[in-house]
Each structure stands twice: as C-alpha cells, then as structure tokens.
Design a protein around this ligand. Structure first.
Ligand code: AMP
Length: 358
C-alpha cells in the first residue's frame, strides 16, 4: 500500500445495498467521498453517497468511469462479476479486497478446496454435476446432506436439505441442474463468525466472534459474548487470519464457522466484505466494521476492535420493520434502517443492537 489517502479522497463502491450504505456513512465520517455503482435507482447506498453511477456491474464504460473518478475501489457484495473485478484490478487505482477473494468466495467448490488447501477444516463435500453424481454423493456422505448450487446462493437460497429417503437426483433437478456441491450435514453445537481485517502492510485485527442464529437460512441474531470457550474463539480468529494472509487480502472479511461439540471449528463460508454478523460493532465498539474496512482500504491504521458492552444484534426482516417505533422507545437500543421503500418477506429492512446497559 502506498501512502494513506487524504481526507477528501473518493472511494468507489460496487454494489448499492445496505452494506454499501453503511460503508459510505463510515467513509463520510472520516472525510472521504463515495461513488456507488449500482443499477437500481434510489438504492440504499446511493441515498447517502456523494454520487451514483446507475449502471450494470459489468458495464465496462461505467467501471472505467468509476475508476477514473475514484482513488480506491471496493465492493459490498461477493457476486461482482469476475471480469468486472479484473478490469478494476488492472485499472488506474487499487481494488481492495483483491479480485482473487471474489473468485474464491463465488464458488462453493473453489472456496472449500481453497480452505482445505491452506489447512482449514470444512464440512465434508462432494462436487455434483449430474443426477447420478448427486445420488452417489449422498450415499458417500452417509445419506444426509445439503445440496447447494456452487454459485449465486445466499441467505439459504439455492439449497436443499436431503435425508436418506430422498432422491438426490430430483433435488439436483429442482435446483436447476446447475453445478452444485453436496455438503455433509454438520451436527454443530452453535454457529459463530469472525469479522477480521488486514491492511496493506499485513497488520491484522479481528472483532470478537459473535454467536449467530439463522432461521430459514437467513441470519436473525448475533450475540456477544459468544459464550463458546476462549480456545474455540482463538481457533476461529486464527483461521480467519490465515485466510486473510493466504489471499493477500486488504479490507474486512466475514468468516462463518460451525462450532462442534468438542469445541473444534469448521469454516462454513467466507464473505470478502463487511458482514451482517458484524453490525453489532457499530453499537458496541469505538471503531465499527465499516470504518475498519475504510481504514484498511485507504491505508490508514486499523482501529481498536475492543468491545465496550455485551450486546445482541437482531435483523429486521420484512414486516419486522413495524417494530421500529417501539424499539426506539427502549433505552440501550441502537436502530439502523436501510432506506428500503417496500418491506417484502425475507427482505432485510434494518437491524438493531440492544446494548446491555452497564
Ligand atoms: P449458507 O448459505 O451455506 O451459509 O447456509 C446458511 C445456514 O444453513 C448456515 O448458517 C447453517 O445454519 C445452515 N447450514 C449450511 N450448511 C450446513 C451444513 N453443511 N450442515 C448443517 N447446517 C448447515
């Protein structure tokens, strides 16, 4: 990394959702400007950024314009087309995190192969490219598993849970017959995640692991402290750091883990961006994950990851958003809404963090 970006410099953000919105807000607090590239008009990030380039993520001219108008470019979702990331990486300004992190995280098979290759344990898995392979994989994994499309799955989409009496071939067809993997069903004790950062000099920092509860494949609640053994938390942090180093990563990453009954951890997946399970940091840490990302990509010192309060973060999904007024009446609640007009089922509308008042 060259010298730190000075206040007034411009950060390009590919993607205009709530993560981009919160990145833009953190950037503004440090005196930076932001430009969002996102096809959707009036998206959450564009509402708070300095400028909005309304274009497709793979629009070559729009990507070139973004690079021309910015001093550094980042992204807020992992499905940025690889060609777009490559063109940004070869452009006039740095792209952080690196395009390689997108490549790895966009494909569940590549991701698990990469993780196992650097000595990090995951659920057992088999690639599935056809119906016969689906049946064989289910048998090989002991009759139970989760069939997941290799690409473009999120929040539990593109997944089918399989038990021994189910025909894996039918499930494969129902998922569209696209390349998939069958993962062994993990009998985990709980789930935790680590939001960790690496700067351009190789310095590392991690927020405390959060304990996460998912429902229907969507994160609902993250709690701190996690309640798992400190040795388990240390293993999770060490795994996250190993991943950041292996990718020569700059920025913040979310790493999701299954905690086994013996305290061991398996990585479920990595997200090369700020992460929903790190939203609690905006209420319970002096430097939140969004500012940490901005610091890392702008060549500024990483901030403290210390937590000042116990807390529970909850997502407001769909109609949950109607709870807002009531939540605002509660002391110790920090509310964050994303500026989305329509509360559709399954749509993340906001979140709140309830701080344990000390
Ligand atoms: P994913 O989209 O892969 O992160 O999966 C969403 C959620 O589904 C996870 O956070 C777990 O709660 C559950 N899940 C995913 N994969 C497995 C697995 N192999 N075994 C058990 N539960 C899983």
């Amino acid at each position: 990394m060259n010298s730190p970006l000075a206040s007034g410099a411009t950060i390009g953000i590919v993607g205009g959702g709530q993560l981009g919105r919160m990145l833009a807000m953190a950037a503004a607090r440090l005196g930076f400007r932001t430009i969002v590239l996102e096809p959707q008009a009036d998206c959450p990030a564009a509402q708070v950024a300095n400028a909005h380039i309304a274009a497709a993520y793979d629009d070559v001219d729009a990507l070139a314009e973004l690079a021309r108008r910015c001093d550094v470019v980042t992204y807020e979702f992992e499905n940025v087309p690889i060609d777009a990331a490559a063109s940004l990486a070869n452009g006039p300004v740095p792209l952080h995190p690196p395009a390689r992190a997108l490549e790895v995280s966009q494909d569940r098979l590549t991701e698990k192969t990469f993780l196992n290759g650097i000595g990090i344990a995951t659920a057992g898995f088999r690639p599935v490219d056809g119906e016969a392979e689906a049946r064989a994989a289910l048998q090989a994994l002991g009759g139970a598993g989760i069939l997941k499309t290799r690409r473009l799955g999120y929040d539990g989409k593109g997944q089918a849970r399989l038990s021994p009496d189910e025909d894996a071939a039918v499930a494969f067809r129902q998922l569209g017959g696209v390349p998939a993997i069958l993962e062994a069903l993990v009998d985990f004790h709980c789930e935790i995640s680590v939001v960790a950062a690496r700067d351009g000099k190789g310095n590392l920092a991690a927020f405390e692991p959060a304990r996460n509860v998912h429902r229907d494949g969507i994160l609902r609640v993250s709690s701190l402290p996690s309640g798992v053994a400190l040795a388990t938390e240390d293993m999770a942090r060490a795994a996250a750091f190993r991943i950041l180093e292996a990718l020569d990563y700059v920025g913040v990453m979310g790493v999701e883990f299954f905690v086994m009954r013996d305290g061991a951890v398996l990585v479920n997946e990595i997200a090369p961006r700020v992460h929903n399970s790190g939203h609690w940091t905006e209420a319970a840490c002096a430097v939140n994950q969004f500012e940490q990302h901005v610091r890392a990509i702008c060549g500024l010192p990483l901030g403290s990851t210390a937590r000042h309060s116990d807390c529970v973060m909850e997502n407001l999904i769909g109609d949950d958003v109607a709870r807002c007024a009531e939540l605002l009446g509660e002391p110790g609640v920090v509310l964050h809404l994303y500026g989305k007009a329509e509360a559709r089922p399954g749509r993340k509308m906001g979140h709140f963090t309830r701080l344990a008042v000390r």
